[in-house]
Design a protein around this ligand. Structure first.
Ligand SMILES: NC(=O)c1ccc[n+]([C@@H]2O[C@H](COP(=O)([O-])OP(=O)(O)OC[C@H]3O[C@@H](n4cnc5c(N)ncnc54)[C@H](OP(=O)(O)O)[C@@H]3O)[C@@H](O)[C@H]2O)c1
Length: 345
């Protein structure tokens, strides 16, 4: 059986999720929504994803045809033919959209721009795939929380406890976004602690974690500086932690100095060489030479491609909600192999 997936919101995240779903052999994109005709519709047409209107009213639907796009109907029509909807609308529209999903009696997934309280359940592949099996709805956590989970969950699983302080050095805006800033300033998030670290608790409540955040004038990646206190008797060394992460899916470890990858600019250039569309980097990048365990205290940096690290998690999450793959590692392997084959990289 092929899982029928609707994508509500075909922007930065939605178009990537659509491609990643299209790459899989156990699911298919039955439609994507746009609020109205715009250049983004051309991509849906090119990919053969049926185009629907975000809203049900006839006037809005008619506007697509006026601009030369075939629109198959409103959101309700799309929800009626899907098994699961991946909500990729801008954050804070969740409550409104959730009511529509409940009315359509369809499984639903939100993104990290929505709060955990909306769904009462959140998701990352490595932390809590099992908890999400067969659930009616959930939220794939944000790019930052996904990144933190990728490296902290295996550490926690080895140690049995973990106390973490981290700082999110956040990109000001996505590359395609002309509305946000700062463009010549560093902007501290004055809500302390920031929501990013504590959001890890929604998928791994056992990890004690707090964070600060600053926004900086760059568009390409977030960078995390992380200090993790391990319990006595952890039995780890800097080398064994690197080994652990080398064996962790969707984490890349590279020596910065040896590979001449010393900033996020080179990380993204390396990502473009991989050959995924949009130059995406689904993996979390950890600088090998920036990891140091001193006594019980671990220091490291990691870089997050904000537009794409959550994309493979969305595919795994679909399998969790549909109950088709109980083993998170098996789902991750399947997702990643299919995406690699899709882009021939
Ligand atoms: N961008 C990131 O770096 C990133 C990373 C991780 C998670 N997220 C989260 O992912 C979600 C989507 O973010 P994004 O960056 O993809 O946003 P985006 O680029 O602004 O795309 C959002 C899309 O949804 C459409 N839309 C507008 N109103 C809608 C509605 N009522 N219902 C459905 N769709 C609607 C938009 O309009 P049009 O159809 O008019 O284009 C657009 O295509 C947010 O929760 C965000 O926090 C974003």
């Amino acid at each position: 059986m092929s899982i029928k997936v609707a994508i509500n919101g075909f922007g930065t995240i939605g178009k990537r999720v659509a491609d990643a779903v299209d790459a899989q052999d156990d699911m298919e994109v039955v439609g994507v929504t746009k609020t109205g005709p715009s250049f983004g519709c051309d991509l849906a047409v090119k990919k053969g994803f049926p185009l629907y209107c975000t809203f049900d009213d006839e006037d809005r639907i008619a506007r697509f045809a006026e601009q030369g796009y075939e629109c198959h109907g409103g959101l309700s029509a799309l929800l009626a033919i899907a098994d699961v909807v991946v909500d990729c609308s801008p954050g804070k529209l969740g409550a409104e959209n959730l009511a529509k999903y409940k009315q359509a009696d369809i499984k639903y997934m939100f993104q990290g721009g929505e709060k955990h309280a909306l769904t009462g359940l959140s998701y990352t592949s490595s932390a809590n795939h099992a908890e999400n099996l067969n659930a009616q709805g959930t939220r794939v956590v944000s790019c930052n929380t996904t990144g933190l989970s990728r490296t902290l969950v295996p550490l926690y699983e080895h140690c049995g406890s973990l106390k973490v302080e981290c700082t999110m050095v956040r990109r000001a805006a996505d590359p395609g976004d002309s509305k946000k800033g700062p463009i010549n300033a560093i902007k501290p998030v004055l809500k302390v602690p920031s929501h990013h670290g504590p959001d890890v608790i929604t998928v791994k409540p056992e990890i004690e974690i707090n964070s600060l955040a600053v926004a900086v004038p760059t568009t390409i990646m977030h960078l995390h500086t992380i200090i993790a206190d391990l319990p006595d008797g952890h039995g780890l060394s800097t080398e064994s932690i690197l080994e652990m992460w080398s064996n962790t899916p969707r984490v890349i470890i590279m020596h910065g100095e040896d590979n001449r990858i010393t900033t996020t600019a080179e990380v993204m250039e390396m990502a473009r060489d991989i050959g995924r569309k949009w130059g995406d980097l689904h993996e979390i990048f950890v600088w090998e030479d920036g990891v140091n365990l001193i006594g019980n205290r671990l220091y490291y940096f990691q870089a997050i491609h904000q537009e794409s690290d959550v994309i493979p998690e969305n595919v795994d999450c679909i399998r969790a909600l549909m109950g088709t793959e109980p083993d998170w590692r098996a789902s991750v392997a399947k997702t990643d192999a299919a995406i690699s084959a899709y882009y021939n990289c």
